[in-house]
Design a protein around this ligand. Structure first.
Ligand code: 9PG
Length: 500
């Protein structure tokens, strides 16, 4: 149907699937294709990435798009490869264009079905693979319309209230090189520092797909969880429960439990660990039973904070036993995991599809992996590439998501050893984590000098009062912090600090 929105005198002609209804901050439009004819001409478009690692941000409609270009393998992992057209201005679930008065026109989906939003100089459009989700349409000050959108999403999908507190993670120092002795030493060095969670990352399992103690943890995972608890921290563990490497026991013995491609073979759902990997078909009862066993044992070992990674692979396009839309299948799977672990276990999503995870996860990563360097020369132009700058840029473009769950910008650094980050860059990471209100690091105390140890203890103890004063400017307690130069690539530090 044709309809004209009237936003305080600004008239927006629209082609809608049904009659809009007024809602706080805007209008709800029924599921189906939407086109809003905007009068703004060439303007800025807010592009939203599908999963934690997918690029998000503002770009001119007559300029370069934001997306993962010329890298199909990376696209498969770090965005919605089935829909993504990196050379067009479009993204997942929500988008917005800026009007002449500085207000923004937002179109956002309120549920699953792989909704997409895109724009050009005349139209802000929305469509979905499967028309399940109603839309929210609003016009107003940027922060207000994004807040109203987030609130309409959580009215439908929920909002959990658990807080992670401060987190130490093993990833950005030891990577996969962890063993039970190293964990014990690192945790005891950290005793007395103001951390709530000590989270073991990838490297404990024998192979991705088989979630049992690997050879480097001969005493078993319950023993390590006890060691961590004895040092005074909540035990945390990483796992990627919806994927399996080809060599894993589960992929070898039960290929029928995997999502299939059109030839009836296990579908490749991404690349990492020097290999391709597969996705579990969570619509199968046996897969649900498998997940129940995995999570009962992990919680039984004593882990109370779980970083669930590569979760997008549970929502990958492919053939599943039950014909459920892929995002609906994903949401059912994570709801199942939640029901197994119970309400008191903190679930941090990583590589999660953002909107389908609302109301189930307590927190979600909102950017690509950080690294102890500013930018990555091998991957210039790939905003999903590892590095401090990309992590800051994506995360600050998703501050509005705080209303959906806790938002994790990834670890920050205090160490000057084994790092190419300078003081200003470390400070920018710290400010970002303060703004997002999620503080984590991977620095082992043994790698820090005495001044850095003090900084770590200070920073992890404090909570800041944050006031947003502009798109990328903030008051952090009594400090004015403007991250605009980093966001627009004009920071003085940018030019000289590539890793080569
Ligand atoms: C463990 C790591 C850490 C890290 C996670 C995740 O797009 N990619 O190909 C891609 C690969 C790895 C990756 C993220 C993205 O890292 O984000 O914090 O837990 O797994 O293996």
């Amino acid at each position: 149907m044709l309809h004209t929105f009237d936003f305080g005198g600004l008239r927006i002609p629209a082609n809608l699937p049904g009659r809009p209804e007024a809602a706080p901050g805007g209008f709800i439009v029924p599921a189906g294709p939407v086109a809003l004819l905007h009068p703004f001409g060439e303007t800025e478009f807010y592009r939203h990435g599908w999963n934690s690692w997918s690029p998000s941000g503002w770009a001119r409609t007559d300029g370069e798009t934001i997306g993962i270009k010329n890298s199909p393998r990376r696209l498969l992992t770090a965005d919605d490869a089935a829909n993504e057209t990196p050379h067009a201005h479009s993204g997942a679930a929500v988008g917005a264009v800026t009007g002449a008065d500085g207000n923004v026109l937002l179109l956002g989906a309120l549920g699953v079905g792989s909704p997409r939003v895109g724009a050009d100089r005349n139209v802000l459009w929305g469509r979905a693979e499967e028309d399940q989700a109603a839309w929210f349409v609003a016009y107003g000050p940027e922060r207000e319309v994004f807040a109203d959108y987030a609130d309409r999403v959580s009215e439908r999908l929920g909002r959990r209230s658990a807080r992670a507190g401060t987190v130490w993670s093993s990833w950005y120092s030891f990577y996969e090189d962890i063993d039970e002795e190293l964990v014990a030493r690192t945790a005891s060095d950290l005793a007395g520092y103001p951390f709530d969670v000590f989270q073991l990352d990838d490297g404990w399992e024998p192979i991705v797909g088989d979630w049992v103690a690997g050879p480097k943890f001969p005493s078993g995972m319950a023993a390590t969880a006890r060691t961590i608890a004895d040092a005074g921290f909540t035990p945390g563990l990483w796992l990627a429960p919806l994927i399996a490497l080809p060599g894993s026991e589960v992929a070898q013995s039960r290929p029928d439990l995997l999502v299939q491609d059109d030839e009836g073979r296990p579908l490749i759902s991404g690349y990492n660990w020097g290999s391709h990997y597969y996705s579990l078909d969570t619509t199968q009862e046996e897969v649900k039973d498998h997940l129940r066993e995995v999570f009962e044992s992990v919680v039984g070992w004593g882990f109370r904070y779980l970083k669930l990674d590569f979760m997008y692979a549970g929502a990958i396009a492919g053939n599943r036993r039950v014909a459920l839309h892929r995002e609906a299948a994903y949401r059912e799977a994570v709801q199942h995991i939640r029901s197994v672990v119970g309400d008191s276990v903190y679930l941090l999503g990583c590589g999660v599809p953002m909107i389908p995870s609302v109301g189930v996860f307590d927190g979600a990563r909102v950017g690509p992996d950080v690294g102890a360097f500013w930018d990555n020369a091998e991957r210039v132009g790939d905003p999903s590439g590892v590095g401090a700058r990309n992590s800051i840029v994506s995360s600050l473009n998703r501050t509005w998501m705080k209303r959906l769950y806790e938002v994790d910008p990834d670890a920050i650094y205090f160490r000057s050893e084994r790092s190419l980050l300078d003081d200003a860059q470390r400070q920018a990471l710290r400010d970002t984590a303060a703004i997002l209100e999620f503080r984590s690091t991977s620095d082992p105390v043994a790698w820090l000098n005495s001044r850095e140890r003090e900084q770590l203890a200070e920073y992890m103890k404090e909570t800041s009062v944050i006031e947003q004063t502009g798109r990328y400017s903030f008051r952090i307690d009594d400090r004015e912090v403007d991250l605009t130069p980093i966001m627009t690539g004009t920071a003085a530090t940018d030019a000289a600090s590539l890793v080569v």
